[in-house]
Design a protein around this ligand. Structure first.
Ligand SMILES: [Zn+2]
Length: 130
């Protein structure tokens, strides 16, 4: 509760602070992606060695399924976890509706200074329209 209250108290942000927080979130996404893709490479390499070949199913289709589904499930789990936890960690959730301001919502917030879902002002000094 104290974290949520402090998060709400910090909004509306300066534009540069929102960009800094989103930059940290984007860097973390790259690290998560690298960790997520590693099992694809590792399993692919290990299955061609004597280390994993005895444990692979006899059917090539089943082997392909193991090589795709297991690392795919790992990657999917990491991506979903980061989408859920990332905006909380980097304080990128809208103070009004608690949705993460990432991706298209982040771009909308930069363009309009408001949350696209609930209209809460998230940037203190919106840019002057052309
Ligand atoms: Zn909102």
């Amino acid at each position: 509760m104290a974290i949520a209250a402090s998060c709400r108290a910090s909004y509306p942000l300066n534009r540069s602070e929102l960009e800094r927080r989103h930059g940290a979130y984007a860097r973390e996404r790259k690290i998560v992606a690298a960790i997520g893709y590693t099992p694809f490479l590792l399993l692919y390499v290990l299955v061609h060695t004597r280390l994993l070949r005895p444990y692979m199913p006899a059917s090539p289709h089943a082997t392909a399924a193991v090589l795709i589904l297991l690392p795919g499930a790992w990657l999917g789990m990491l991506v979903l976890l980061q989408r859920w936890v990332g905006p909380i960690r980097h304080r990128l959730r809208c103070p009004g509706c608690r949705r993460g301001m990432v991706g298209m919502r982040y771009q909308h917030a930069l363009d309009s200074a408001q949350c696209d879902a609930c209209g809460t002002t998230v940037i203190a000094n919106p840019p002057i329209a052309d």
